[in-house]
Design a binder for this molecule. Structure first.
Ligand code: GCU
Length: 308
């Protein structure tokens, strides 16, 4: 493996370099205009949680963005810490794929929205997403999803029963890349969790294995700034590497989850990034696990991350 860029000095310059080279600049603005309660069911999941659905409106410079959220609050908790997470298949699909009951029993609230209601995951989207609501900006879709995690926290902050001072940004795979970028930029997140986030997430570019810049920019050009593709096959010329991304979140906490059979996300490269970032954190500031199995966000991943 080629030598990694040095960990120090960290600071705004390193974050600027990630902005310029990979993710693009997130524009200022985007205000929460309205959060409308659509439904509320108390005592679901055998009385462990209350389930609320909201419709949120965000006012952006060139128009408004509307999307639906699904919130689970742990029953009987006055001010619960909250996990914000985007989902892949729609809010209702999380009712069968997220371990809501176990999460509620652990005392956490979860607020989720469907990622493509924010920004389509398509190099030639049929309709523009939130990026079309800001003038002349160059952010990629990963940055738009990261922006959405911050908006989810804005929404959570308006709801009774949540303690917005204890907020977790969590994401799987491409949305794990977004969670890390949200964690770097939004200091309200006390814990950032990436699950199987791989290339442009927690995995080192300079560690060979799994997806590389050529593959990711060819298949998903809309995720990043267009100029990122010029580093295809030139990983060791990148001015940054992902241990610096993790370290940029310090002193706030980070937890990285890998899976043994998820070679495409390069679990070894994720582990090495965590170890290279570790000196930037205080004791217990960064954690890691690897579990058997493949590319998925499983109950084990949720519960280990929340226990951390
Ligand atoms: C593809 C892509 C990865 C991404 C993953 C996912 O495999 O190459 O970069 O993380 O999709 O989002 O599931």
């Amino acid at each position: 493996m080629p030598e990694l860029p040095p960990l120090p000095p960290l600071g705004p310059e390193v974050v600027d370099e990630f902005t310029r080279t990979i993710y693009g600049r997130t524009p200022p603005g985007g205000e929460l205009a309205e959060v409308v309660l659509r439904s509320r069911e108390d005592g679901v999941l055998d009385g462990t949680a209350d389930r609320l659905r909201h419709r949120a409106t965000i006012r952006c410079p060139l128009g408004t963005l509307e999307f639906d959220t699904l919130l689970h609050l742990p029953s009987g908790v006055a001010a619960a810490p909250v996990v914000v997470i985007l989902n892949f298949e729609g809010n209702d699909e999380t009712l069968t794929s997220f371990p809501y009951r176990k999460i509620a029993e652990a005392g956490y609230a979860v607020l989720t929205a469907h990622y493509q209601q924010i920004e389509p995951d398509d190099p030639n989207p049929p309709a523009p997403g939130v990026r079309g609501l800001f003038p002349a900006e160059t952010w990629g879709a990963v940055a738009a999803w990261a922006w959405a995690l911050s908006r989810l926290l804005d929404i959570a902050s308006t709801v009774d029963g949540i303690d917005p001072e204890r907020a977790v940004a969590l994401g799987h795979s491409r949305l794990g890349k977004a969670a890390l970028w949200a964690g770097v930029q939004d200091e309200r997140f006390g814990l950032t969790v990436s699950n199987d986030s791989g290339c442009c997430g927690a995995a080192l570019f300079r560690h060979p294995g799994g997806e590389d810049i050529e593959a990711i920019t060819r298949r998903f050009p809309h995720w990043f700034v267009p100029s990122f593709a010029q580093y295809a096959g030139k990983e060791d010329e990148l001015p940054v590497d992902q241990h610096q991304l993790l370290a940029s979140i310090a002193p706030r906490r980070v937890y990285v989850c890998s899976a043994e059979d998820d070679a495409w996300a390069d679990p070894d490269g994720e582990y090495l990034a965590v170890e290279a970032a570790r000196p930037a954190f205080g004791p217990g500031g960064i954690g890691y696990h690897i579990r058997p199995g493949g590319h998925a966000l499983l109950e084990e991943d949720w519960m280990k991350a929340l226990a951390f």
